[in-house]
Design a protein around this ligand. Structure first.
Ligand code: NDP
Ligand code: 2IT
Length: 450
């Protein structure tokens, strides 16, 4: 790390003790910024790096709710309003038992550069709770969402902070959250949340956008080596919102996704994942991947507790799309993929590859797209949803998808040209970090010390 940046990082470690994912996210960005500070000393003169690591506001609150047995349950709610230099705080809500302040801060930090990369007028924020939706009834999920919003409503708004979904938060939860916001405020403020149902202010393509965008970005990466998805064999980890629509778009682009996963296991399906069955089980029945394997029969192979990346040791894999969660792909996994000839890795999830894994891909000249660029199609389509809400309009599927395609091409182009400008052509990590950072930093410079 640049010796001018090291003391700032040491201070981040000291001030945010124990928040290891946040440290990891900051380190990755800081490692890209040495040359930026050298070229633009004005950023250091007014402590932009120190300021950018300190969230503008961090809200932590109690979420009490009553379960089906009549017992009072307590969860912890979070909203970290990281940076509003470019627009209202924007970013999802994650409901998962592993959530703590460090999770939300790492996600909020990533979000702020991701949102900047889209070129759209959105700042960075993230929220969530350690609530575990697994095994909860619909009534319990609704009561939890209502209680969560009963505190959150006072902090958010169309011009202030606009949450959306993330792990454990999809259309159902956004519905309950919006219903409670509307009830408390007596305002039909559509653009206070995104990921809404298309019948009540949502945008077509928002459900598909993160996964589709991931495939579009990977496709742009492949084009730089005169390649495409046609005939490619692909691994997609996870089987949630991002994974499902990454699989759909890869199939539409001519690739075959031969495996996907959840936190319990991996399914290998040599002829290609049956998307209709997967959607029925995950989206309609809210079931598990093991159910998919059982219903799919002998053409698929389910391994409880399996590692999806190790599949590349046994069969040809050209592209890997990690779409589950942070640090799900480590150095050993990266070596297996690289040693067996993987061409490209594009992160649909936020920070799924460990820093050591990223180093392996870079040394092996594997095309590597970092999450903050690759998965930005979700939040970008959220910004399109806000545009439609502001103009009380709704656009067609094709028009919205075309906008998404152009946005993803634009992000790819921005990352590629920035990497080239800073002397490392093909380094999307460097390109994404610098392009995202400079857009936020320039706005902060213009605003003075705030
Ligand atoms: P979902 O809740 O729809 O799906 C998450 C998937 O990841 C599930 O298959 C889940 O398995 C798996 N998973 C979650 N946590 C773990 C874990 N600790 N270990 C192993 N597997 C796990 O979430 P999304 O698809 O929306 O999100 C996936 C990733 O994409 C996250 O990193 C998220 O931050 C990121 N992302 C999401 C966007 C969006 O618009 N939704 C936008 C940009 C990024 P199981 O069911 O067993 O828990
Ligand atoms: O990580 C992300 O970009 C998201 N979960 C989507 C955020 C959003 O506001 O749509």
């Amino acid at each position: 790390m640049d010796p001018r940046i090291q003391p700032i990082f040491d201070e981040v470690l000291r001030r945010n003790a124990g928040e290891v994912e946040f440290h990891q996210a900051v380190l990755e960005v800081f490692e890209s910024l040495g040359r930026v500070i050298a070229k633009h000393p004005q950023y250091a003169e007014v402590s932009i790096l120190e300021r950018i690591c300190e969230p503008e506001r961090q809200i932590i609150f109690r979420v009490p709710w009553v379960d089906d047995a009549g017992r009072v349950q307590i969860n912890r709610g979070f909203r970290v309003e990281f940076n509003s230099a470019l627009g209202p705080y924007k970013g999802g809500l994650r409901f998962h038992p592993s959530v703590y302040l460090g999770t939300i801060k790492f996600l909020g930090f990533e979000q702020l550069f991701k949102n900047a990369l889209t070129g759209m007028p959105i700042g960075g924020g993230k929220g969530g709770s350690d609530f575990d939706p697994k095994g909860k009834s619909t009534g319990e999920v609704m009561r939890f969402c209502q209680s969560f919003m009963t505190e959150l409503y006072r902090h958010i708004g169309e011009y202030t902070d606009v949450p959306a979904g993330d792990i454990g938060v999809g259309g159902r939860e956004i519905g309950y959250l919006f219903g409670q916001y509307k009830r408390i405020t007596n305002r039909y403020e559509s653009a206070v949340l995104t990921g809404k149902g298309v019948g009540w202010g949502g945008s077509l393509v928002r459900t598909e956008a993160t996964g589709y965008g991931t495939a579009f970005f990977a496709d742009e990466m492949l084009k730089t080596r005169s390649e495409s998805f046609e005939g490619k064999r692909v691994l997609v980890s996870g089987s949630g919102n991002v994974a499902i629509y990454a699989i759909e778009k890869v199939h539409q682009l001519g690739g075959v996704v031969v495996a996907c996963s959840d936190s319990s296991g991996v399914v290998y399906d040599d002829s290609g994942v049956d998307l209709e069955l997967l959607r029925q089980i995950k989206e309609v029945e809210r079931g598990r991947l093991a159910d998919y394997a059982e219903r799919r029969g002998s053409s698929s192979d389910y391994r409880a507790g399996g590692n999806i990346w190790s599949i590349s040791a046994a069969t040809r894999i050209d592209v890997a799309l990690p779409c589950a969660t942070q640090n799900e792909l480590d150095e050993t996994d990266a070596r297996v993929l690289a040693d067996n000839g993987v061409l490209a890795v594009a992160e649909g999830a936020n920070m799924p590859s460990t820093p050591e894994a990223v180093r392996v891909f870079s040394e092996a000249s594997v095309l590597f797209g970092p999450g903050k660029a690759v998965n930005a199609g979700g939040v970008a389509t959220s910004a399109l949803e806000m545009q439609q809400n502001a103009s009380r309009d709704s656009w067609s599927f094709d028009n919205t998808e075309q906008r998404l395609v152009e946005i993803m091409r634009g992000i790819h182009e921005r990352c590629a040209t920035t990497a080239e400008e800073y002397g490392e052509p093909g380094n999307y990590v460097l390109g994404a970090n610098i392009a995202g950072f400079t857009r936020v930093a320039d706005a902060m410079l213009a605003f003075g010390v705030v």
